[in-house]
Design a protein around this ligand. Structure first.
Ligand code: NAD
Length: 454
C-alpha cells in the first residue's frame, strides 16, 4: 500500500488521480491544491471541470481511497510518491516572455516538498515541462541539509480533454522517464507497477528522462501541426472549389498518413498546443537551432491566421458591417465535451466581432462560466438556450463541435432570424445542404459556400 499524492487539482491532476484511485484500491491517493474553491468543488457533486464519466469515477473512489485537501504540507509529509501537475503556463514577463514556460509554480512546489520531507520520495513530473527540467528540480530537491536524495521521474500526461477518462482508462501508451542508475530504475519500476494495475505492460514505455520530457512537447507539436496542415489546405480549397473534407478523406486513406486529426476548423485551442509549441520554439532558439524554431513557430502562426481569417470572413460576407447586428456564437469551449475555454478560438472571434460593434450572444452547453472569465467585462450576452441566442440574429457562427448543435431545429431557428440569415460553420459540423435548402447562406471551412445571395 502506497501513499500517493498529487499536487495540482486541475484538468490533469483531478481526472488522472481519480482513475488511479479507481484502478488501484489498495493505494491511498490524495490530491491537493492551493485553490480552496477547487478542492471544495472536487469534494462536491459539482466538480470543478466537466469530463464525460468523471463524476462516476470520482464518486466511486472519493472517501474510500481518494481524498481532496488543501493541507499540502501534511500531505507531503505522508506521501511516498508525489505527482506534480501544477500549471506551467507561458511566461508573461522577463526573459522568454510570450514563449518560455513559467516554472515558478513548479519550483515553489519542489521547495515545499523539500521543506516537508523527512525521508526520500519519488517525485513524478506530470506537468508538461521543458526538456531537462527534471535535472533542475533534482538539484533543488537534493540541495537540503538533511542529505535526502529524491528521484525525479518524467511521466507526461497524454490525455485529451473531452475524452480524459477514456484516455486514462485505456491509454495508447504510458511514458515514464527515469535516470539510468540503480536508484532511478527502482523508482521507474515502482511507477510501472502502479500503472500495470490496469495498463497492459507492453504499453508502458520506459525511456531516459530527457526523451520522456521531449516526447510530450514533440507529440503536441505533431498533433497541432496536422491541424495547421489541413487548415492550410482548407484555405486553398476555398479558392479552388475543392472540398477539404473530400481531400482529408482521400489523403487519410493512405495508411502512412492515417485518417485522424484531419478535420479542418476555425483553428486549434486549448491550454497546451500553443504553449507547448512556443516552449519548443524557445528551447530550439536557446540551443541556436533557429531553422528548427522557425519551422515549429509556423504551426502556431498559421493557426492564428486561420482563426483571424474565419472572423474576418464573417464581417466580409455580411456586407462589410456587423455593427449593431446580433450574432450568435454556438460553442465557446475550445472543443466539444469540455467546459475549458483556455485559448479557445471563440475568444478571438468574439473579441473581433465586439470590436466591429456586433451584438454578440454566446451559447455553450458547459462553458458559459468560463466564457465570462475569458471575456472579462466585454459586452456579450451569455445565453444557455440556443434558440434564444439565435432569436433575431443575423448570423450563427459554430465554434465548438458539440453534437447537440446537430440536433437543433434549424427551420425554427431560421424562422426566428433576420434575413438574409447566415451560418458560418467553423467546425463543418452541420448539414450544409439542409441549411441552404431552409434558406440560410452557409459559409463552411474549406468548402465552397452555399449562398442565395446574387
Ligand atoms: N489540460 C490538459 O489537457 C493537459 C494535458 C496534458 C498535460 N497537461 C499539463 O499538465 C499541467 C497541468 O495542466 P492543467 O490543465 O491541469 O492545469 P490547471 O491550471 O487546470 O491545474 C493546475 C492546478 O495547480 C494548482 N497549483 C499551482 N501551483 C500550486 C502549488 N504551488 N501548490 C498546489 N497547487 C498548485 C493550481 O491552483 C491549479 O488548480 C500543465 O503543465 C499542462 O501543460 C495538461
Amino acid at each position: 500500500m502506497k501513499n500517493i499524492l498529487c499536487i495540482g487539482a486541475g484538468y490533469v491532476g483531478g481526472p488522472t488521480m481519480a482513475v488511479i484511485a479507481d484502478q488501484c484500491p489498495d493505494h491511498t491517493i490524495t490530491v491537493v491544491d492551493i485553490n480552496a474553491d477547487r478542492i471544495n468543488a472536487w469534494n462536491s457533486d459539482q466538480l470543478p471541470i466537466y469530463e464525460p464519466g468523471l463524476l462516476e469515477v470520482v464518486t466511486r473512489a472519493r472517501g474510500r481511497n481518494l481524498f481532496f485537501s488543501t493541507d499540502i504540507d501534511g500531505a507531503i509529509k505522508a506521501a511516498d510518491i508525489i505527482f506534480v501537475s501544477v500549471n506551467t503556463p507561458t511566461k508573461t514577463f522577463g526573459h522568454g516572455a510570450g514563449m518560455a514556460s513559467d516554472l515558478q509554480y513548479w519550483e515553489r512546489t519542489a521547495r515545499q516538498i523539500l521543506a516537508n520531507s523527512d525521508r526520500p520520495k519519488i517525485i513524478v513530473e506530470k506537468s508538461t515541462l521543458p526538456v531537462r527540467t527534471a535535472a533542475a528540480m533534482e538539484r533543488i530537491l537534493n540541495s537540503g541539509d538533511n542529505g535526502l536524495r529524491f528521484q525525479v521521474l518524467s511521466n507526461p500526461e497524454f490525455l485529451a480533454e473531452g475524452s480524459a477518462i477514456r484516455d486514462l482508462m485505456d491509454p495508447d501508451r504510458v511514458l515514464i522517464g527515469g535516470q539510468e542508475t540503480e536508484a532511478g530504475r527502482a523508482a521507474v519500476n515502482e511507477l510501472v507497477e502502479i500503472y500495470a494495475s490496469w495498463v497492459p505492460r507492453e504499453r508502458i514505455l520506459c525511456t531516459n528522462v530527457w526523451s520522456s520530457e521531449l516526447s510530450k512537447l514533440a507529440a503536441n507539436a505533431f498533433l497541432a501541426q496536422r491541424i495547421s496542415s489541413i487548415n492550410a489546405i482548407s484555405a486553398l480549397c476555398e479558392q479552388t472549389e475543392a472540398n477539404v473534407d473530400e481531400v482529408a478523406r482521400a489523403i487519410g486513406l493512405d495508411s502512412r498518413i492515417g485518417p485522424k486529426f484531419l478535420r479542418a476548423s476555425v483553428g486549434f485551442g486549448g491550454s497546451c498546443f500553443k504553449k507547448d509549441i512556443l516552449n519548443l520554439v524557445y528551447l530550439c532558439r536557446s540551443y541556436g537551432l533557429h531553422e528548427v524554431a522557425d519551422y515549429w513557430q509556423q504551426v502556431v502562426t498559421f493557426n492564428d491566421h486561420q482563426t483571424q481569417r474565419f472572423a474576418a470572413n464573417i464581417t466580409a460576407q455580411m456586407f462589410n458591417t456587423v455593427a449593431g447586428k446580433k450574432i450568435a456564437l454556438f460553442g465557446f469551449a475550445f472543443k466539444a465535451d469540455t467546459g475549458d475555454t483556455r485559448e479557445s478560438p471563440a475568444i478571438y472571434v468574439a473579441k473581433s466581432l465586439i470590436a466591429e460593434k456586433a451584438d454578440v450572444w454566446i451559447n455553450d452547453p458547459k462553458a458559459l462560466k468560463n466564457a465570462r472569465s475569458a471575456l472579462g467585462d466585454a459586452p456579450v450576452q451569455l445565453e444557455p438556450d440556443p434558440y434564444v441566442a439565435a432569436d433575431g440574429a443575423h448570423a450563427l457562427a459554430i465554434l465548438t463541435e458539440w453534437q447537440s448543435y446537430q440536433k437543433l431545429d434549424y427551420q425554427r431557428i431560421y424562422d426566428s432570424m433576420q434575413k438574409p440569415a447566415f451560418v458560418f460553420d467553423g467546425r463543418n459540423l452541420l448539414d450544409h445542404q439542409a441549411l441552404f435548402d431552409i434558406g440560410f447562406n452557409v459559409f463552411p471551412i474549406g468548402r465552397p459556400p452555399l449562398t442565395h445571395l446574387t
